[in-house]
Design a protein around this ligand. Structure first.
Ligand SMILES: C[S@@+](CC[C@H](N)C(=O)[O-])C[C@H]1O[C@@H](n2cnc3c(N)ncnc32)[C@H](O)[C@@H]1O
Length: 298
């Protein structure tokens, strides 16, 4: 573990697929605590790194960790979906990394409200400057919309009942913390810990987080737009942790590699998504559901 409890996933594969031996700029769209970024900078002294994160708190920790390389690093607090607006020198960019979702650091910070395992506010905003919190969604969405959200992003059963109970609790003013939501979910799904079973609250919290942060919105368009901006030879490495996310990445890559009209502008380097080894999963449980897809601008 690193000092902040975050190990980058698939580190060897990321370095390989980015082809970090080349001179130029690498963009880390989801810097987190700079695990991958540090590996890139350590690997090649002729590399410059541009790092983005929506989360100001993570960005400040990353800035400290990257201090030894400060002369080669530029950081932005930004949503990677706004990458095109940053006016970056794409002709010099050699690789672009996107490691989706949130980090263990965020998950393990109780005050951020991301985890059902910690008592905290129902917040879940990645960028704390934005207005929509998990509490706002739970307290304002109509029952039907809540049920659909939990079914689609959490792949949970009985979501109509879950939504009904949420509406009931919120009327009583008894849905204020992560603990309130966890207890409700444990009652509905009659939760008893069992080896190999995922806690239903993990799925429900994931669904809420995806909704709060609009995580899947515009992801396909971001990939399409960025590949078009990129120079020939630019490598794309995208790691997802959710089947819906992975499907968006797969389809976006495929559409550019096999367009209905015109010549392909992307070559997919991973026929199937690359997954972590058993040894990596044993050392870093977050790696269990990671799927890496890589491609090259042609
Ligand atoms: C899985 S972590 C990345 C960990 C990082 N690769 C490392 O090795 O430390 C994902 C990071 O992406 C950030 N993030 C999520 N969605 C984002 C977005 N749309 N734009 C920019 N950053 C985002 C999160 O705040 C989080 O810090």
């Amino acid at each position: 573990m690193t000092e902040n409890g975050h190990l980058p996933v698939l580190p060897t594969e990321v370095i390989e697929f980015l082809d970090v031996g080349r001179e130029g700029i690498f963009i880390d769209c989801t810097l987190g605590l700079a695990g991958h970024a540090l590996a890139v900078l350590e690997r090649n002294p002729r590399v410059r790194l541009i790092g983005l994160d929506r989360d100001g708190q993570s960005l400040e920790i990353a800035r400290d960790r990257l201090e030894p390389y400060a002369g080669r690093v530029t950081l932005y607090q930004a949503d990677f979906k706004d990458l095109a607006k940053l006016d970056l020198p794409f002709a010099k960019v050699r690789g672009i990394l996107v490691d989706l979702g949130i980090s263990s650091f965020q998950l393990d910070s109780p005050e951020r409200g991301f985890s059902y395992m910690h008592e905290g506010p129902l917040d879940m905003r990645i960028d704390q400057r934005t207005k929509t919190t998990a509490e706002k969604i739970l307290h304002t969405y109509p029952e039907q919309k809540l049920a659909e959200m939990f079914a689609k992003y959490g792949e949970l059963a009985q979501t109509r009942r879950l939504a009904r109970e949420i509406v009931h609790l919120r009327k009583l003013g008894r849905l204020e913390t992560t603990g309130d939501l966890r207890v409700l979910i444990e009652q509905i799904y009659r939760w008893r810990p069992q080896r190999g079973r995922i806690h239903p609250a993990a799925k429900a919290f994931q669904a809420l987080r995806i909704e709060v942060n609009g995580e899947l919105e515009g992801l396909g368009e971001f990939i399409d737009g960025t590949v078009r901006l990129a120079a020939k030879g630019t490598r794309f490495v995208i790691i997802s942790f959710h089947s819906l996310e992975d499907r968006i990445v797969k389809r976006a890559f495929h559409a550019l590699a096999r367009p209905d009209e015109g010549a392909p502008i992307l070559e997919v380097l991973t026929k199937k998504p690359v997954m972590a080894s058993e040894a990596e999963v044993a050392a870093n449980s977050r790696a269990r559901s990671a799927k890496l897809r890589a491609a090259e601008r042609v």
